[in-house]
Design a binder for this molecule. Structure first.
Ligand code: AMP
Length: 628
């Protein structure tokens, strides 16, 4: 069976899902099933085995999780479903998704089990009883051999990312597990690709499976100029606003997101940053939807944040930009989206945000649109400031050309004479006054003025060498220190039967240069500095002595760690989870860190005593010294 995105797709309520699941989907703001969901859910609910060819990002987790949950008998706390995943990160992610979709199923319990986690903890959790197990093959095998996991009541088995399990050498473990589970179970196998080995497993272990594949491309030649920007989800909003500032010919934009909730959330955030914006989603009545479109046409709003379905057929000539804030499920949805710009003979511009793990979409879209998608880096604060200065300069030039300024000449002359102030100083003060609401400089930009532009003020000046530090550092090209840090071995599960080994400690030279890293968890998530230290030390093997100052902010924190960490180590640091939040660690950009501590009054005591950071007025400082 082959499916294509159907923009007239019916909602989840037509797929046969039970009320508690529909309620959970409404909570998370999913509007319509993704193509893989629309195709898989009825097949799985009907009890068929399934062979699904789908990548991450297509919504495949919900495609198997929802029917699986529907079949769970909550009264029996025994494993009724098993999901095998190649990595512990995916196991945790899938378990979290199940928990989310089971929000209205009281008493539901899912347990992730994976290598690297203490056996004792897992044995205790297993003995308490659970409805669903999500695990990595090695550890599941371990428990089956120990009989700490009994699958006699298993109804459903899902193999998620089967080709990854093959690539990581788990396929024999997977086959072993398949052979040690009840034959009458229902089995679903998902894989991004279908190499022969996977097909063979499917032939041997699946019963007359329905094959579901998302048709990836009907190629269409598009005239829209397309770019992509690789960015982590925490940076998308900043990237969006900076890009909109420096884009040429920006008139109006449609920003595409996946959920109804996200349309409102992103619209609110853009509004707070001064944009005229509205959300467009399936919850709006037809009348309200038309009102939003009319306001976009009339120019009372410039940005609409929409889901695919809500923006269907939207035809507004002034839409100069389509922003794929969340990646579409497939190339056809992408082509539909970018068709919202470049209307009425105008040229359109499409920008796609991709997280590193979504980069595979790039090639697919290039193939489908028969066009190269150029890379775009997030503009630096300096580049944004240059653009603002150029626009400001143009306004001044235009005013001098068109307005009668005699009265104001007199005012300036009087200020000069009466206060002994030079005209240039007066002009600077007036520039400050005129841009107070929307400062020319972004927080984090250099204090230096942009390079003088001579007689062509409208052209944004290039950064001077002195401002080069504002450029986004090229992390890949950066030289590593002489003794580069030991490469991290790829994390594999341990073979069955061996005891847990702690993560190897890395050694850094004494006095290694430190750098500030940003992590996406902060005070609002209730994190304690000691939890951050514990997670980094245990998971990444960085010794406590190599972890410097930690500053907690509302929704993120900064941590000092040795500079120039290897890519492998950064990869681990990005994925570490604290209180269920992935740290998504990244190097902070120059100027990004704003130290909220009060100024130091005395040199820090070297004898181990705490330096006195207290504010003179006795108020508590907003930072915390790291507790161990
Ligand atoms: P997956 O391919 O399962 O990793 O899902 C990718 C992302 O899409 C996840 O963040 C899901 O929460 C989101 N998602 C899945 N299905 C839908 C849907 N029907 N509507 C909106 N977002 C969805």
């Amino acid at each position: 069976m082959t499916t294509s995105p159907d923009l007239n797709a019916a909602g989840f309520d037509t797929l046969g899902l039970a009320a508690p699941l529909l309620a959970a989907l409404a909570d998370v703001g999913y509007e319509t099933p993704s193509p893989i969901q629309a195709a898989c859910i009825p097949v799985l609910l009907a009890g068929h085995d399934l062979l699904g060819e789908a990548q991450t990002g297509t919504g495949k987790t919900a495609a198997f999780a929802l029917p699986l949950l529907q079949k769970i008998d909550l009264k029996r706390a025994v494993p009724q479903a098993l999901i095998l995943t190649p990595t512990r990160e995916l196991a945790i992610q899938v378990a979290e998704a199940l928990q989310k979709y089971a929000h209205h199923m009281p008493g539901f319990h899912v347990l992730p089990i994976y290598g690297g986690q203490s056996m004792v903890v897992q044995l205790r959790a297993l003995s308490r009883g659970t409805h669903v197990i999500v695990g990595t093959p090695g550890r599941v095998m371990d428990h089956l051999e120990r009989k700490s996991l009994v699958l006699a009541n298993l109804q459903m088995l899902v193999l998620d990312e089967a080709d990854e399990m093959l690539r990581m050498g788990f396929i024999d473990d997977v086959k072993w597990i398949l052979e040690h589970t009840p034959a009458e179970r229902q089995t679903a196998l998902f894989s991004a690709t279908m190499p022969d080995v996977i097909r063979r497993v499917a032939r041997e272990h699946l019963r007359d499976p329905k094959e579901i594949k998302i048709r990836s491309a009907t190629s269409t030649v598009v005239t829209t100029s397309q770019s992509y920007c690789q960015t982590h989800s925490g940076q998308k909003l900043e990237a969006l606003t900076r890009i909109l500032e420096v884009e040429d010919d920006f008139d109006a934009a449609i920003v595409f997101v996946r959920t109804k909730t996200a349309t409102v959330e992103i619209a609110d955030k853009l509004e707070a940053r001064g944009y005229s914006v509205a959300a467009l989603n399936g919850d709006l009545t037809q009348g309200l939807r038309e009102q939003v479109i009319e306001r976009l046409k009339a120019g009372t709003i410039d940005i609409v944040v929409a889901t695919d379905v809500a923006a269907r057929g939207l035809d507004v000539a002034r839409v100069s930009h389509v922003i794929n804030y969340d990646v579409p499920y497939d190339t056809e949805a992408y082509v539909h989206r970018i068709g919202r710009t470049g209307r009425a003979g105008r040229t359109g511009r499409a920008i796609l945000f991709l997280a590193p793990r979504e980069m595979y979409m790039l090639k697919l879209i290039e193939r489908a649109t028969k066009q190269k998608i150029t890379a775009l880096t997030m503009p630096t604060p300096g580049e944004v400031a240059n653009r603002r200065v150029a626009q400001f300069t143009q306004q001044i030039v235009d005013i001098i050309k068109t307005e009668k300024l005699d009265f104001f000449f007199d005012v300036v002359r009087r200020i000069e004479g009466e206060n002994d102030i030079a005209a240039r100083e007066i002009a600077a003060a007036l520039a400050w006054l005129a841009t107070r609401e929307r400062p020319l400089q972004m927080p984090g930009a250099s204090d230096h003025a942009p390079r003088e532009t001579g007689s062509t003020p409208a052209v944004p000046p290039a950064p001077t060498p002195a401002r080069d530090f504002e450029r986004k550092p090229d992390f890949k090209a950066r030289a590593k220190p002489a003794e580069s840090y030991p490469a991290v071995e790829p994390r594999r599960e341990r073979p069955a039967g061996r005891s847990d080994t702690p993560v190897k400690q890395r050694s850094f030279a004494d006095g290694a240069t430190m750098q500030r890293y940003r992590i996406e968890i902060g005070r609002n998530q209730g994190v304690l500095p000691k939890e951050i230290v514990g997670a980094i030390a245990n998971e990444a093997g960085i010794a406590g002595k190599d972890i410097g100052q930690i500053n907690l902010f509302e929704d993120y924190s900064s941590v000092e760690l040795p500079a120039n960490l290897s890519d492998d180590l950064m990869d681990i640091l990005r994925r570490i989870r604290v209180r269920q939040f992935a740290l998504k660690t990244r190097v902070m950009e120059p100027g990004e860190f704003v130290d909220t501590r009060p100024p130091r009054r005395a040199a820090p005591a070297r004898d181990g005593k705490k330096p006195d950071w207290k504010k003179p007025d006795g108020a508590k400082p907003e930072w915390k010294k790291r507790e161990r």
